[in-house]
Design a protein around this ligand. Structure first.
Ligand code: HEM
Ligand SMILES: *[C@@H]1O[C@H](CO)[C@@H](O)[C@H](O)[C@H]1NC(C)=O
Length: 504
C-alpha cells in the first residue's frame, strides 16, 4: 500500500514535471521577440552551413534521451567534470550545431538577458531544422529550464545504438514514454543527414558468424555501401537517404521498403512484423508522416523537463550559472530579468544594431562570450571526395529550395503548420494546413551533367557522383548555402579515432 502510494506520487510528479509548464506562448510577455530572434539567427547559420540542420535535428535526441530535455548536452567539460558532450556516444556530433545554438542564445541574450533557456533554444532549433529542410512545422511548447548537471557517465546506455533490433529500440524509447509507433516515426529523421561507415560496416563484412552480408540489404545497395565503405580505410560518410539527403520527406520509409536502410536499426523497422505496418503507413503518405512527426517531436522534446531548483536559465549554454568553479560569477543574477516589451527594439537582428541605439537595458553584464569551437573538431560534410570521374548518369538536380527572406526566414515560409492534437498539452483540435506545394515537389528533375559549383539551379553546388555509389547530386544554393559542403577528410579523420560504433 505504502509502495503503491509512493509510486503514484512519483508518477504524478513525473507527469507534471514533464509537461505541465510548457506552452508555446511562454515567452510572449517576458520576451516577445524570443522565438523570432532565435529562429532568424539559427536559420542564418543553417543557410551558411549545411551540416547545421541535420546535426541539430540529431542533437535534440542526444539532449532529451540523457537527463531529459535540459540542454545538458551543451555543457562543456571542465577540469573537474567530464560532460555529456565528451561521452563516446556523443563524439561524432558535429560542433557546427553547437555553434549555431550558441549564436542563437547570444542573439536572444542581447535582447532579453537571462530569460530564455538553452533547452528551449534546442527545441526551437530542431523544429527550425526540419522546416529548413522542407519538412513540417509546429508550434514548440516552451518553458524548459536548463539542467545544472552534465556528466559523460550518464550517457552510457541511453542513446540508441545502430545495431539494436526492433524490440530493443522499442524498449529504449519506451523507457522515456515514447511508443513503438513514435519510435518508428521519429526514426524518419534519418531521411536527412549522413552516417559514418563504422556505424553499419558490420552489415557488409561480418553480419554474423555464418552470414557475411546482411540479407535484408538490397544486393545492389549493399554494393554501393561497400564501394563507399571498404573493409579497411577511412571512416567515410554515407547519406541515409541517397536520393535526397538534404530534403525532409518520407523517402526514408520508401528506402526501407526497397532494402535501402543504411543502419541495421533502420532496415529492421521494415523487417520486423511489429514495426512494419507503421513503415508501410508512412511510406504511403507524406502528409501522415509530417503530421505524426510533428506530434512525436513535441512529445520527445518534453521528456524529463526540469523545474524548480533542478534547473535554471543558463546565461552561457556551455556552463552552469553558479556552483561551477569555471564560472566568472555573474553578480547575483538569480532571478531572470525579463525586459519589459517597451524596452525591446523591434529590431530582429541584435548584432546589427548600430551603436547609437542603446542596447535594451542589459541590467547585468552578459557572461563572457562563449568560446566557440573548443579543441573539439568541427566536422564538415563530406562531399563525396572529388574523384573526377565523368558521371555515368545525368546528375540528379533538385528544384531550387524555398527562398528565404533574410529578415525573417521562418515566418515567410509557406511550410505547413500543424497544430497537433497532443493530449499532453491540451492543445486545441488539430488544424492541419495541407503542406504547401513547395514541399511536395515531385522527384528530382534530370539535367545535363554539370559539375561546376558556381552554375546550376539557384547557385548551389554539385556533389560529384561516384560510379556504382550514387549519381551526382545537385544541392541548390539559396536554401543550403552557396558553397560545397566542406571537406570530408576533415570530418572523417577528425572523428575517426573517437568512433565507438554505437552512437545514436
Ligand atoms: C531509432 C533509433 C536511432 C538510432 C539507432 C540512431 C542512430 C544514428 C546514427 C548511428 C547516426 C550516424 C551518426 C554518425 O555516424 O555520425 C545517426 C544520425 C542521425 N540521426 Fe539518428 N538514430 C536514432 C534515432 C534518431 C532520432 C529519433 C532522430 C531525431 C528525431 C535522429 C536524427 C538523426 C539525424 C538527423 C542524423 C544525421 C546527422 C548528421 O547528418 O549530422 N536519429 N543516428
Ligand atoms: C545469421 O543471420 C541470418 C540472416 O538473418 C540468420 O538466418 C542466421 O540464423 C544468423 N546466424 C546466426 C548464427 O546468428
Amino acid at each position: 500500500m505504502h509502495h503503491l502510494a509512493y509510486a503514484l506520487c512519483l508518477l504524478i510528479s513525473f507527469v507534471s514535471l514533464s509537461t505541465a509548464q510548457l506552452s508555446p506562448s511562454f515567452y510572449s510577455s517576458s520576451c516577445p521577440q524570443a522565438v523570432s530572434t532565435i529562429s532568424n539567427t539559427f536559420l542564418a547559420s543553417a543557410k551558411k552551413d549545411n551540416v547545421v540542420a541535420p546535426s541539430t535535428l540529431r542533437l535534440i535526441l542526444h539532449d532529451c534521451f540523457v537527463e531529459g530535455c535540459d540542454g545538458s548536452i551543451l555543457i562543456s567539460s571542465t577540469s573537474g567534470n567530464k560532460a555529456e558532450r565528451d561521452a563516446p556516444d556523443n563524439a561524432n556530433l558535429p560542433q557546427n550545431s553547437f555553434n549555431a545554438i550558441i549564436a542563437a542564445k547570444q542573439a536572444v541574450e542581447a535582447i532579453c538577458p537571462g530569460v530564455v533557456s538553452c533547452a528551449d533554444i534546442v527545441a526551437l532549433a530542431a523544429r527550425d531544422s526540419v522546416v529548413f529542410l522542407g519538412g513540417p512545422s509546429w508550434e514548440v511548447p516552451l518553458g524548459r529550464l536548463d539542467g545544472r548537471v552534465s556528466t559523460a557517465s550518464s550517457v552510457t546506455g541511453r542513446i540508441p545504438g545502430a545495431n539494436l533490433n526492433a524490440q530493443q529500440l522499442t524498449e529504449n524509447f519506451g523507457a522515456l514514454g515514447l511508443s513503438l509507433e513514435e519510435m518508428v516515426i521519429l526514426s524518419g529523421a534519418h531521411t536527412v543527414g549522413f552516417s559514418h561507415c563504422s556505424q553499419f560496416k558490420n552489415r557488409l563484412y561480418s553480419f554474423n558468424s555464418t552470414v557475411k552480408v546482411d540479407p535484408s540489404l538490397d544486393p545492389s545497395f549493399a554494393q554501393r555501401l561497400e564501394n563507399k565503405c571498404p573493409a579497411s580505410g577511412p571512416d567515410n560518410l554515407f547519406p541515409f537517404d541517397v536520393v535526397s539527403p538534404f530534403k525532409f520527406d518520407n523517402s526514408y520509409f520508401q528506402d526501407l521498403q526497397s532494402g535501402q536502410g543504411v543502419l541495421f536499426s533502420d532496415q529492421v523497422l521494415f523487417q520486423d512484423a511489429s514495426t512494419r505496418p507503421t513503415v508501410e503507413l508512412l511510406a504511403g503518405s507524406q502528409d501522415t508522416f509530417f503530421q505524426k512527426f510533428a506530434d512525436a517531436m513535441i512529445k520527445m522534446s518534453a521528456i524529463g523537463v526540469k523545474s524548480g531548483s533542478d534547473g535554471e536559465i543558463r546565461l552561457d549554454c556551455t556552463k552552469v550559472n553558479s556552483g561551477s568553479p569555471k564560472v566568472s560569477a555573474p553578480p547575483v543574477q538569480q532571478t531572470p530579468v525579463p525586459s519589459p516589451p517597451v524596452q525591446q527594439t523591434p529590431q530582429v537582428q541584435p548584432p546589427q544594431q548600430t551603436p547609437l541605439q542603446p542596447p535594451p537595458v542589459p541590467v547585468q553584464p552578459l557572461p563572457p562570450a562563449p568560446v566557440l569551437p573548443p579543441p573539439s573538431p568541427v566536422p564538415n560534410f563530406p562531399p563525396p571526395s572529388p574523384p573526377i570521374l565523368p558521371p555515368p548518369v545525368a546528375p540528379v538536380v533538385f528544384p531550387p529550395p524555398p527562398v528565404f527572406n533574410p529578415p525573417s526566414p521562418v515566418f515567410n515560409r509557406p511550410s505547413p503548420v500543424f497544430n497537433p492534437p497532443s493530449p499532453v498539452f491540451n492543445r486545441p483540435s488539430p488544424v492541419l494546413n495541407p503542406p504547401s506545394p513547395v514541399f511536395n515537389r515531385p522527384t528530382p528533375v534530370e539535367q545535363p551533367p554539370n559539375n561546376d559549383p558556381s552554375s546550376g539551379t539557384g547557385g548551389g553546388f554539385t556533389i560529384p557522383g561516384i560510379p556504382g555509389l550514387f549519381p551526382p547530386i545537385h544541392v541548390p544554393g539559396p536554401g543550403f548555402g552557396g558553397g560545397p559542403p566542406g571537406s570530408s577528410t576533415n570530418k572523417d579523420s577528425a572523428n575517426e579515432g573517437k568512433l565507438t560504433g554505437k552512437q545514436g
